[in-house]
Structure formats: C-alpha cells, structure tokens
Ligand binder design. Structure first.
Ligand code: GCO
Ligand code: MG
Length: 417
C-alpha cells in the first residue's frame, strides 16, 4: 500500500434523535479509506467544530494516519493549554477516526487491535425513571422484560418526586409552578427547578420499594448527579447501603472529590464518577487512592480511544472497573467505540446504553447490536460502523442548550446540573 496521508478532515453536526451530535470523518490518499470519530460535546457543538476545522485539520493534513500516538500527543499540546472538554472532544473525533482507519488497513475490528475479546458479550444498563415509586417499578419491569439485568433508577430524573408530601419532580419551570411548594414568591428566573431536600428524602424509599419488588434479580444504579450538598450525599449514601446498589454515581461534583475520603470511611456502596472528567488530574488520585470503584468517563471528553484504553489499564492496576458514559448525547460512533473498548478490557464493570431510534440507525448503519441486555459489535474492520452524510443532512442540529443544564433550587439559585 502506498504511504498513507491524511487528505481531509470533515465535521458533521446532526441530530437524528433531537440531541446534537458531532461526527468527524478523516479522509486519506487511498480511495475509499476513511475513518469516523465521535466528538460529541452536545452543549458546545459549534466550538468543537471550529476547533477541528481551524486548528486540528491544518495540523493533520499530510500526516500519516498510522501514527496515532504521535498525532494524539502532539495535537494535544499543539495549543499549549490542554485537557479542556472542547479540545478533548475535538481530538477524540480525530483519534477515533485514526483507530478506525488502522483497523480498516489491518482488516481487524478495533477490539482485536486492543488485544482481542475478553468476554462473549458486553452487559448493559439502561435508564429507568418515573414520578412515583410505582412508576419507577413499572419502568424497571419494562427494562427487565427487554432482557436488561442492570438499571439506573431515578425518580423524576435528578430531582426527587417521592410521595405527594415531599413535593415535586424536576421538570421545566412552567410545570413546576403547580408542584413547587417552596418556590420563592418572586418567580422570575427560567430554569428546571428541583428541591434537593425533597429529592434526598425520597430516594431511600424508592430503593426500599424496588428491592422488595425485585429482590436481588436486578442490579440497581442511582445517579445523584452532583445535585445535593456533599454532606447530604454522604447521608443519602448511608441510607442506601441496605439496598446493595451496583454503584452510586456522582455523589459529588468534580470540584468536591475531596469529600470522597469521608464517604469511603462511612460507606461501602461502590462509587462511580467520571462523566465530567476531562483532565488526567481529575482521576489520577481518585484511582491511586482507590476512592472510586467505576470510571464513568465520557470517552470523547477525555480525548478518545487512546487515553481511554490507558485509563482502563490504569484502573485495572487498582482493581477499579470501567463504566464508560453512554447517554443520549453520544453518537453511535462513540457508542461503538465504547463497546470495542469494553470487549477488550479485562476490568469492564458495566456499559451504560441508550436505545437508538430508527433515524440514528439509518444515519449510522452497522452500529452495535443489543440482544437480551448484552451488546455486540460486528467483526467488520475498525469501529465497524458507517455514517451516511445524505441521511444526516435530514436532521440538522438545533444548537439549543438542554433545559436541564439550567438547574435551580426552589429559591431560584442556579446550581450544578
Ligand atoms: C448519565 C448522565 C446523563 C447526563 C447527560 C450529560 O449518567 O448518563 O448523568 O444522564 O445527564 O448525559 O450530558
Ligand atoms: Mg451520570
């Protein structure tokens, strides 16, 4: 094969399921040989697109796509300042595409380039939710009926619903009007309102109900989502101990991980953090000090497959497992990268999964297959997934911020979402 060169880098913004996605296609001087990557930072899609087109594309044209590590390291410091979510997502789009190209050249699926399969299938967890414990129970039943054995259980997403006497579920301001008892008389500030106290008081009852309903037949996950003060998260984690959660996620904001020491001294429930991590210093000490049990990184937010596989190996040394972020604001290309990483890693914990609608499957054919609560990837080379540009154009991005990112407490204070 002639010496490979990168000849073009294209960025596509598309929203087949109403969530803005960022897709990167790296083209080479060999006809038909290109790679695909996910650079989805859904709240900053235009910044990521500009970062790629104005900075990474000129940096890459003419380079040999085979030299993934050299490109990652040199691109990562090409702006001197580094490790932010915008440039990490931009770099991830390139990085995943280069691994995709390498697989196509080697005629091997990505998991084979990473050491082969460590398991037959990748176990998944899905989101379940409801405004009352009964609704959440029904939501879990539906997931179990589809074959899932692990479920994330929320009650009103990240704001408690609980019983009537604890008040509200997190919802847009207009709906919350009818439910929020503690809203200030001045109702001036738009946002998604929730009541931290009502939420914290409602969750132990939720898992008492769920454990009674399902016994140990289902593994439960809960995501505090950094929504309550650190000491309240410790209090809630202690209340949840009897219900044997598979893991409790984001008890603290990344700015408050110094509270993990106190939490670990009082609670043995496995802790998961990482979707908001973008800097290696976010996770190095947490793993070295064994303060978390599952690494929840959003692979594109840390820079792609190259850093993710290193992070997985680093976690393995300390008995810590992976649980890559897999929400709706991730493209099927990113979901495919997750599953390839999951197949190869010895220390896979669990994989978060968000079901895909038909539009996503049309725009991104060849993505992971889900069967009976497990995910599988094809043996097609590279990531094994494709991107149909003409189909993507049918779903232009909307560029709006997700409503939940403007979270407010009843007095109108804007808080970490
Ligand atoms: C999760 C995440 C999501 C986030 C969203 C962030 O655990 O999947 O917390 O629910 O809210 O994906 O972009
Ligand atoms: Mg989360």
């Amino acid at each position: 094969m002639k010496k490979l060169q990168i000849t073009d880098v294209e960025v596509f913004l598309t929203a087949p399921h109403l969530i803005d996605l960022v897709v990167v296609r790296v083209k080479t001087n060999v006809g038909g040989l290109y790679g695909l990557g996910c650079a989805t930072f859904t709240q900053r899609i235009y910044a990521v697109k500009q970062a790629i087109e104005h900075y990474l594309k000129p940096f890459l044209i003419g380079k040999d796509p085979s030299n993934i590590e050299d490109i990652w390291q040199s691109a990562n410091v090409s702006g001197y300042w580094r490790n932010g979510p915008v440039m990490n997502n931009a770099l991830s789009g390139i990085d995943m595409a280069l691994w995709d190209i390498k697989g196509k050249v080697a005629e091997l699926p990505l998991y084979d380039l990473l050491g082969g399969k460590s398991r037959d299938g990748v176990a998944l967890y899905v989101h379940t939710d409801g405004a009352t414990v009964e609704e959440v129970e029904e939501s879990v039943k539906a997931a179990v009926n589809e074959g899932f054995q692990y479920t994330r259980c929320q009650m009103g997403m990240y704001g408690g619903a609980g019983t009537e006497d604890t008040g509200l579920i997190s919802m847009s301001m207009k709906k919350a009007e009818a439910l929020v008892r503690k809203r200030s008389p001045e109702k001036l500030r738009p946002g998604q309102y929730f009541d931290p106290e009502a939420y914290a008081k409602s969750i132990a009852d939720l898992f008492k109900h769920l454990r009674t309903a399902f016994g140990n037949s289902v593994e439960f996950i809960h995501d505090i989502h950094e929504r309550i003060p650190p000491i309240e998260a410790i209090r809630l984690a202690k209340k949840l101990e009897p219900y044997d959660l598979f893991f409790l996620e984001d008890p603290f904001a990344p700015e408050h991980t110094d509270w993990l020491k106190m939490l670990r001294e009082q609670v043995s429930t496995p802790i998961a953090m990482g979707e908001l991590f973008s800097h290696p210093n976010d996770w190095k000490a947490l793993i070295a000090n064994k303060q978390i049990d599952f690494i929840r990184a959003h692979v594109s937010a840390i820079g792609g497959i190259t850093p993710a596989r290193k992070l997985a190996i680093f976690g393995e040394l300390f008995g810590i497992r992976t649980a890559w972020h897999g929400p709706g604001d991730l493209s099927p290309i990113g979901a495919a990268a997750n599953i390839h990483l999951d197949f190869a890693a010895t220390n896979l914990g669990i994989q978060e999964w968000t079901p895909m609608n038909d539009a996503l499957k049309t725009v991104f054919p060849g993505g992971p297959i889900v069967q009976d609560g497990y995910a599988y990837v094809s043996d097609r080379p590279g990531l094994g997934i494709d991107f149909i540009e003409e189909e993507a154009k049918k779903y232009p991005p909307h560029g709006r911020l997700p409503e939940w990112t403007l979270a407010r407490t009843p007095d109108g204070t804007a808080v970490k979402p």
